[in-house]
Write a protein that binds this ligand. Structure first.
Ligand code: SAH
Length: 335
């Protein structure tokens, strides 16, 4: 549905009606408007016809049951992938897509290989989260909720800035999903215009940068976007962002064997990122048919070099490789 049109359709109603409807949708998790019994019957019938909220989707569960991938069919027939990760500490993270396909074409990422189809609408972003909110309610006996949303699915969120921010505002709104901004993260391959805009939003969401190399030569080989967004340009925007927000920024670094994982790379990276409020997240490469993942011993060495320089380093836990649901594997073909 068109969320703006939906909201406009309440123009003639008392002010509280829209909030009431949005609460039924995003908090009570109704599956059709007839269930929104707080709304007058005539209104329910009208919006049920004009703004359907059913979500046609398939779901695939990993063997260990910790990862669920869904393939949602959109109104124009295109499909979008979204992943639920159930952490041992009870967090439930949703990895959301912002575009169908991706124009950035990073060499290690399956989404880039399918090309770019189109941006997702605000509602199409929200329904990915709504699908899993309903799913968790249906499949759990206790009260289980979504605790984190990360824009790390298909696409480059900062190339769909307006719709992504509109979706985040509803996620964060007390009449929407009511999810704290600190539980929402955006990952970008370094689109500086987006970093600059986000710095002025006055919202406490988390920013992650897909850096993946300590120098432009290595980075350009694996990320064509480095031509327009080279490392120094990105770091300048990040420094400005930190100055304005005083928030920590996470630099993602995918470990590709013999490409960016040498001790020399680690030392250069340490030099580049030794700054307050910078931190590094090392990501094991999920096979997409091109590279080999760095051996665990190499990742350990790499991490130690960074830590020795006083840099905060975390390692990403991988989910859902067996259902093609891990980072970089989303390409709308269930395996
Ligand atoms: N376009 C955004 C967000 C989507 S990708 C971005 O570039 O940040 C989310 C993260 O997964 C990025 O850090 C991306 O570089 C990483 N990723 C892509 N392919 C991967 C792969 N095959 N294995 C592990 N991580 C991958």
């Amino acid at each position: 549905m068109d969320l703006k049109k939906f909201q406009q359709s309440f123009d003639g109603e008392p002010k509280y009606r829209l909030n009431q409807a949005q609460k039924s949708l995003f908090q009570d998790l109704i599956k059709n408007w007839q269930e929104a019994i707080g709304l007058p019957l005539a209104l329910r019938e009208k919006i049920n016809k004009e703004f359907p909220i059913g979500i046609p989707a398939e779901a695939f569960t990993s063997k260990d049951k910790n990862t669920v991938k869904t393939l949602i069919t959109l109104e124009d027939g295109l499909k979008v992938e979204t992943v639920l990760m159930r952490h041992a500490d009870k967090r439930n993270t949703i990895c959301v897509s912002s575009q169908i396909g991706c124009p950035m074409n990073c060499s290690f990422c399956a989404t880039g290989k399918m090309g770019f189809k189109r941006n997702l609408e605000t509602w199409e972003i929200l329904e990915q989260i709504l699908f899993f909110a309903r799913y968790l309610k249906l499949t759990s006996s206790e009260d289980v909720n979504i605790t984190n949303v990360v824009f790390m699915g298909m696409g480059e969120p900062f190339l769909n800035y307006e719709n992504v921010m509109d979706a985040i505002k509803i996620l964060n709104d007390k009449n929407g999903f009511n999810l704290g901004a600190r539980h929402i993260s955006i990952s970008t391959c370094g689109v500086t215009e987006g970093i600059e805009k986000l710095a002025d939003e006055n919202i406490q969401i988390n920013l992650a940068i897909s850096l993946h190399a300590p120098d432009n030569k290595t980075r350009s080989k694996i990320m064509p976007a480095n031509k327009n967004y080279p490392i120094e340009k990105i770091l300048k925007a990040v420094d400005e962002y930190i100055k304005k927000t005083n928030r920590q920024v996470m630099f993602e670094y995918i470990m590709l064997k013999n490409v960016n994982d040498s001790e020399e790379h680690a030392r250069s990276l340490a030099k580049l990122l030794k700054k307050p409020l910078y931190m590094v997240n090392l990501i094991a490469y999920n096979p997409t048919g091109i590279y080999d993942p760095s051996p665990a011993s190499q990742i350990k060495k790499f991490k130690e070099i960074l830590e020795h320089e006083g840099i905060t380093v975390t390692q990403r836990h991988e989910f859902g490789q067996d259902i093609g649901g891990a980072c970089g594997q989303l390409a709308t073909s269930p395996r």
